[in-house]
Design a protein around this ligand. Structure first.
Ligand code: UTP
Length: 284
């Protein structure tokens, strides 16, 4: 299936990362030397996405600047002959018109953020990538698009039972498959009411009809307009598949997940592996 557009919701407040995120977007936090949002855009580009739509908010201009030229920096590096460093500063530039930005005026939730991008999506299915869910290895979005034919699809993984109240949780018929038919979804259930421990992770392929539902969606868990609620209310008309992610995922919206991602990605880098692992051995 041809999926050419991806939405990157980056309008949240990132309160779990204060004070770091007071004047800097959470999505600009670096994993080793690259901001989270760049990993997300690279994953989308690997999946064949051609239009990158960011739902931003006040104070997020660093993201727009990151995906544009920085003439002073580039001229300086060029003058000094630092070609490799220059290439790394330019690697996120794409052909003009590839990036689009819409503003979410208030952080009313993920569902609301997606709805804010409705005028940029036509009669087509599109991807959604949450940059703070960082998934190691191959492009998960690419794998999802390969398996996608129609309807909605969400990435899922098993989480610790005690943590279900932080996620959208799904119920499926057969949980031993890689692609599962979802028959119930609930956002942030209590441990007692959760239908399973299969949680929705920040990757989606959505049918454009979701906008009709989001238009009227009332506030749900955390007093926010929830994407899970919108997908759930369509289940009788628009089937939803759960795609079990294959690689390790890091919740970089949490401090622990962010630290784990940094260590894991650094250990995977030839230039850092040896010094870092030697140092880790001395402190652990
Ligand atoms: P999170 O709940 O993880 O992000 O939303 P948050 O609200 O920024 O973080 P905390 O909980 O206060 O620390 C998942 C993704 O959805 C985006 C966020 O930017 C994040 O990438 N989001 C969330 C929006 O774009 N708008 C919103 O109103 C809420």
């Amino acid at each position: 299936m041809n999926v050419k557009k991806a939405i990157f919701p980056v309008g949240g407040l990132g309160t779990r990362f204060l004070p770091a995120t007071k004047s800097m977007p959470k999505e600009m936090l670096p994993i080793v030397d690259k901001p989270l949002i760049q990993y997300a855009v690279e994953e989308a580009a690997n999946a064949g996405i051609e239009q990158f739509i960011f739902v931003t908010s006040r104070g997020k201009s660093a993201i727009e600047n990151h995906f544009d030229h920085s003439f002073e920096l580039e001229n300086n590096l060029l003058a000094k002959g630092k070609r490799q460093t220059l290439a790394s500063a330019q690697e996120m530039l794409k052909i003009p018109g590839s990036y689009a930005y819409v503003r979410q005026q208030e952080p009313a939730g993920l569902g609301h953020a997606i709805w804010c991008a409705r005028h940029l999506i036509q009669n087509e299915s599109f991807a959604v990538i949450l940059a703070d869910d960082l998934i190691f290895g191959q492009s998960t979005t690419k794998e999802m698009i390969k398996s996608y034919t129609s309807g909605n699809m969400v990435a899922i993984m098993e989480v610790d039972k005690q943590k279900v109240s932080s996620y959208g949780i799904v119920k499926v018929d057969k949980s031993d498959k890689d692609l599962m038919q979802i028959n119930q979804m609930v956002e942030k259930p209590s441990v007692e009411n959760a239908p399973s421990n299969l949680a929705i992770i920040g990757r989606y392929i959505l049918d454009h009809k979701v906008f009709d539902v989001l238009e009227k969606q009332e506030r749900g868990a955390s007093q926010e307009i929830q994407l899970t609620d919108a997908i759930s209310s369509q289940l009788d008309r628009v089937p939803c598949l759960g795609y079990r992610i294959k690689n390790e995922r890091f919740d970089c919206g949490s401090k622990l997940g962010f630290l784990q991602a940094n260590i894991s990605f650094a250990l995977n880098r030839k230039d850092l592996n040896s010094d870092l692992s030697n140092w880790l051995k001395t402190i652990v």
